[in-house]
Design a protein around this ligand. Structure first.
Ligand code: C2E
Ligand code: CA
Ligand code: CA
Length: 676
């Protein structure tokens, strides 16, 4: 009975032990499956071994990477702490690991768990005489990926009651789980390293990307800024910062389109041109001119409304687009305001300057198709405004356009006339008044127009001046006169006769022009003293200083100089005293006034006396009657011309009248030496 109950108790113990071991194995497999950190794994493993298996002595050693972390040389011993290869001799460790199978080693024999789970037994290998084995050892290789990477060993049996086979299977099982835990851990460590590397790479790349993004954004921003700057510069005037012609035209085109869709909408363009701005620029310098332009731009800007556009076309020209007006009065009111604002004095560099503006206004209707048409018409109106005086405004009307077209046509015809030499000269006799003797002739320009017949200077001179075509025409005049003088030189009576020509002031504005004129004279006139050149005071008003020095230069070519139309304009005494004129021609209007205006009579007398002192002679122009002739003689005028004496005639009629022979029939018996 006792025996039976002992047996039952034994069985029960065995059952409990087996159950504990099974639980241990389960725990072990759980631990191996969940391992994330070997530093925790080994102590936990030790716990499980201690708790569930009847052994305390678990040793683990990894062969590879002997110098790596201590964790790989994990060993547990309740009494002594030593490595597995310090517990077992080196040749034993080599032997066990060489077998690469779970082994149970005691003093006499080695039991090996074969691949087919059978247990083979061989004698204890005694390689060296010293090799002693104090304890029984259970060991198994840690196989990782078919390679034995280490050993797990237990000193003593895991279960001394079990058969060798059960213990071998047990250690095999434990080894498998430890190996798999190590593999998993290594993989996860590797993964960590990889992901760390990956993170580093990503971090690095992200940083570089951010940097290049930043640079890119900076470049884009800089590009955007420089594009904006370029756009701004392309559309604005650098001096006043106002929109320029290009931008203004764009806006105007836009308004024209809007007008096509909304016929009731009305807008206007104001064309502003400063009067006499060039004088300020030329006399005070460009930097003063620039400052004045900036101040003027500011004043104009004060006169317009928020949605109007003010632009500078260039030079002294400004334009305004009055976006929306209810009537012409609106435009007129703003233009008047601008004229008044510009008329107020300006202070620039401590000096007061005055300016004025002429304004042309074009009211825009649906007839306009382009910005340039509107600008053209506003410009034409401004031009008209200027012609009636400074500081005026004028609305454009169709007659201006007609005038504009007529001028264009006339310009074209003038160019043809120059090419085809459609010009002629008429000559008006100039006589010595006391003895009524001809001393010379004034050459007066005529245009033999193919359709319109013979035209006087009044019909084309203004446009010829404006377009500078006058310079080409006068080139022809001078050469023709030179030929005429040459012809007369063959006639003993006319040898000394002079011819007087009227030249545009453009010849004396620039030294270069005077040089060209002098060259032309010296190339064509053998005796330049027979040429008299007449300028009226308008020629010098613009550039008085420059003109004076240029006149002196011209005088060196040997010609004589006359001041034309004296008494019709400002008639400054300066011209009489400082300028190298030998003849002063009293204007027709002044001559006519002598009969009715005793003051002018006295003035003329004084002029004659001044002439004696300064060395000029007077020529009375436009003598139309005996009375006028008497008057000018009374004043002391030596020479004269006029319808009363002789009307201008073609060269043929001049010849006929004078009864001269050959080509030049003029017989001026007068003493040419008066002027010589
Ligand atoms: P001007 O130099 O004062 O020439 C005299 C003008 O008065 C001429 O007019 C002449 O025909 C006119 N005339 C002469 N005597 C009398 C008179 O008793 N009564 C009246 N009412 N008129 C008289 P024309 O030929 O029509 O020339 C007009 C102006 O054209 C000239 O005035 C001159 O300034 C300018 N001119 C003529 N030829 C040329 C030229 O080749 N070049 C330039 N730049 N101007 C010229
Ligand atoms: Ca003249
Ligand atoms: Ca004259």
């Amino acid at each position: 009975m006792q025996k039976k109950s002992d047996k039952i108790t034994k069985l029960l113990d065995k059952y409990r032990q087996t159950k504990r071991i099974q639980k241990g194995l389960l725990k072990l497999s759980e631990l191996a499956g969940s391992v994330t950190d070997m530093a925790c794994f080994y102590p936990n493993l030790q716990q499980i071994i201690r708790q569930y298996f009847p052994t305390d002595n678990l040793y683990i050693q990894l062969f590879t990477e002997p110098d790596s972390l201590n964790a790989d040389h994990f060993y547990i011993d309740e009494s002594i702490c030593s490595k597995i290869d310090q517990q077992l001799s080196g040749d034993m460790v080599e032997f066990i690991s060489g077998i690469e199978k779970p082994v149970l080693i005691n003093h006499h024999q080695v039991s090996i768990l074969e691949q087919d789970n059978n247990v083979s037994v061989r004698p204890f290998p005694k390689r060296h005489s010293q090799t002693q084995l104090v304890d029984v050892w259970l060991a198994a290789p840690l196989i990782m990926g078919n390679v034995s990477m280490g050993l797990v060993g237990v000193k003593g049996f895991i279960n001394p009651d079990n058969s060798a086979r059960s213990n071998l299977e047990m250690i095999h099982f434990i080894a498998l789980h430890i190996a798999s835990a190590i593999v998993r851990n290594r993989a996860s460590e590797q993964l960590k390293v990889y992901s760390k590397d990956l993170e580093d790479i990503i971090f690095d790349r992200t940083k570089r990307l951010q940097r290049s993004n930043f640079n890119l954004r900076k470049q884009v921003e800089e590009r955007r800024k420089s594009e904006l700057k370029l756009f701004y510069e392309a559309h604005h005037d650098p001096l006043t910062k106002l929109p320029n012609r290009s931008m203004f035209s764009d806006r105007l085109e836009h308004s024209i389109k809007h007008l096509k869709r909304h016929p009731n909408h009305r807008f206007a363009v104001l064309f502003i041109d400063l009067d006499r701005f060039k004088i300020i620029n030329d006399t005070l310098g460009h930097h003063v001119g620039d400052k004045l332009l900036v101040q003027i731009a500011d004043r104009i800007a004060q006169c317009i409304r928020g949605n109007d556009i003010l632009a500078r076309l260039g030079g002294d020209e400004f334009v305004i687009l009055l976006d929306s007006i209810s009537s012409n009065d609106d435009a007129e009111e703003i233009a008047t305001r601008i004229i008044e604002a510009i008329a107020l004095p300006f202070t620039i560099e401590q000096q007061q300057l005055y300016s004025s503006a002429s304004i042309g206004i074009s009211i825009c209707d649906q007839q306009y198709n382009s910005a340039s048409e509107i600008l053209r018409d506003a410009d034409a109106a401004m031009y008209q405004a200027k012609s009636i005086g400074n500081g005026r405004l004028m609305f454009f009307d169709k007659s201006m356009r007609e005038q504009l077209l007529a001028n264009l046509n006339l310009e074209r015809e003038l160019r043809t006339a120059i090419k085809e030499q459609q010009f002629a000269l008429h000559f008006q006799k100039i006589t010595e008044l006391h003895e009524e003797k001809a001393i010379g002739f004034e050459a007066l320009l005529r245009w033999q127009h193919p359709q319109r017949g013979l035209l006087s200077p009044a019909d084309f001179l203004e446009l010829a001046e404006e377009t500078s075509l006058i310079l080409d025409i006068e080139d022809w005049v001078l050469k023709t006169v030179a030929k005429q003088i040459k012809l007369w030189q063959q006639d003993s009576a006319l040898k000394h006769a002079f011819i007087s020509v009227n030249l545009s002031g453009k010849h004396v504005w620039q030294t270069q022009s005077v040089r060209e004129l002098s060259t032309l004279i010296s190339n064509n006139f053998d005796r330049p003293e027979q040429l008299i050149i007449e300028f009226n005071e308008h020629a010098f008003n613009r550039h008085p200083k420059q003109s004076l020095s240029n006149l002196e230069l011209l005088k060196k070519s040997g010609v004589r100089l006359a001041l034309d139309d004296y008494g019709s304009g400002i008639s400054s005494l300066n011209y009489l005293s400082k300028y190298p004129f030998e003849l002063i021609k009293l204007d027709r209007s002044f001559v006519r006034s002598l009969c009715s205006n005793p003051k002018n009579l006295e003035l003329a007398k004084s002029l004659s006396q001044i002439g004696d002192n300064f060395g000029f002679r007077l020529v009375a122009e436009g003598i139309e009657s005996q009375q006028q002739l008497d008057m000018v003689v009374q004043c002391g005028c030596e020479y004269g011309q006029g319808f009363f004496i002789s009307k201008p005639k073609s060269i043929e009629n001049t010849s006929k009248e004078s009864g001269a022979n050959n080509n030049s029939a003029i017989n001026p018996s007068g003493n040419i030496d008066h002027c010589a």
